[in-house]
Design a protein around this ligand. Structure first.
Ligand SMILES: Nc1ncnc2c1ncn2[C@@H]1O[C@H](COP(=O)(O)OP(=O)(O)OP(=O)(O)O)[C@@H](O)[C@H]1O
Length: 277
């Protein structure tokens, strides 16, 4: 008698869906009196790249701090609303919870460890809370050095000796060592010459194409809107505008206040809109 057909092998479980970030009606206060965000809502879809624009003091950094669990280091707290990343609630959590969920913050000013070498800075990024295998760490390091060959050349040098652009690459590289699914970038082009700012923007685009979602805070609105699919404009702690980046770039308010253009698209502000007040 022929043997009965062997049962079909079980099909592999589908990979977990990419999470999206949902911020709903978020309120943030510093100390007892400073209300920095009021009822701010924002979404970063899976595989999205979203820009957050706004003048100095609008609350952009505060929002990134709320997402990465670092508000309390600045005497701030979420006082209302909700932050969800996929199935994980992140409001009121600490930085370990954010990194475990895949949300990694590159703060303004780079904050590399100046006295450590480039290689040691990268290793510090891999020390995240997730229990990752040595092979996963090696893969992350290979990815970083592939993206930033200059860091490979400078591996043994103290990070404090790097140029501003190289320090920004190191800050990005260190964050990538934690295998983020959502990268929070605070002013990556700040203080860089235009060509280096363009180079960093191209690297951010590549990082996004490799599968990492990005929430980008940038005062260089032209650069940010060219990179992003979607954008939000914060004004004194509230959302003033939101929409597809290309559409926002054509609105009068964004052209005038953030792109430094007159009504006919001609430049009005010689700084090109950087640092709209
Ligand atoms: N640690 C803090 N303690 C008290 N108030 C703070 C603190 N950090 C920020 N603020 C206040 O919160 C508001 C939002 O500041 P935030 O730094 O988030 O703005 P921003 O849009 O990132 O501005 P910038 O572009 O200047 O960094 C401002 O009024 C600011 O003075």
């Amino acid at each position: 008698m022929p043997a009965p057909p062997s049962p079909e092998p079980p099909s592999p479980a589908p990979p977990p869906p990419e999470p999206s970030l949902h911020v709903e009606d978020l309120d943030v206060t510093y100390g007892r009196t400073v209300s920095a965000l009021r009822a701010v809502s924002l979404t970063v879809p899976a595989h999205g790249i979203v820009a957050l624009l706004g003048a100095n003091g609008a609350g952009k950094t505060t929002l990134l701090r709320a997402l990465s669990g670092t508000l309390r280091h600045h005497r701030g707290a979420v006082t209302g609303g909700r932050i969800r990343y996929g199935g994980t609630v992140l409001d009121g959590r600490d930085p370990v919870a954010a990194v475990r969920a895949g949300v990694v913050h590159v703060p303004e000013g780079r904050r590399v460890f100046a006295g450590l070498t480039v290689e040691e800075n990268l290793r510090a990024g891999a020390l995240g809370p997730g229990r990752r295998t040595p092979a996963a760490r090696r893969a992350a390091r290979d990815r970083v050095l592939g993206l930033f060959p200059r860091l490979a050349e400078r591996g043994g040098q103290p990070a404090g000796l790097l140029s501003g652009g190289e320090q920004q690459m190191l800050a990005l590289g260190r964050a990538l060592m934690a295998d983020p699914r959502l990268l929070l970038l605070d002013e990556p082009s700040l203080g860089l010459a235009p060509r280096m700012a363009e180079h960093i923007a191209a690297l951010v685009r590549t990082i996004h194409q490799q599968g990492t979602s990005v929430l980008l805070v940038e005062q260089n609105a032209g650069l940010a809107l060219a990179l992003a699919d979607h954008a939000y404009v914060l004004e004194v702690g509230r959302t003033r505008l939101a929409g597809p980046a290309g559409e926002l770039a054509r609105t009068d308010a964004v052209r005038r206040l953030y792109l430094g253009q007159g009504p006919d698209g001609t430049p009005e502000d010689p700084s090109g809109g950087r640092g709209a007040a």
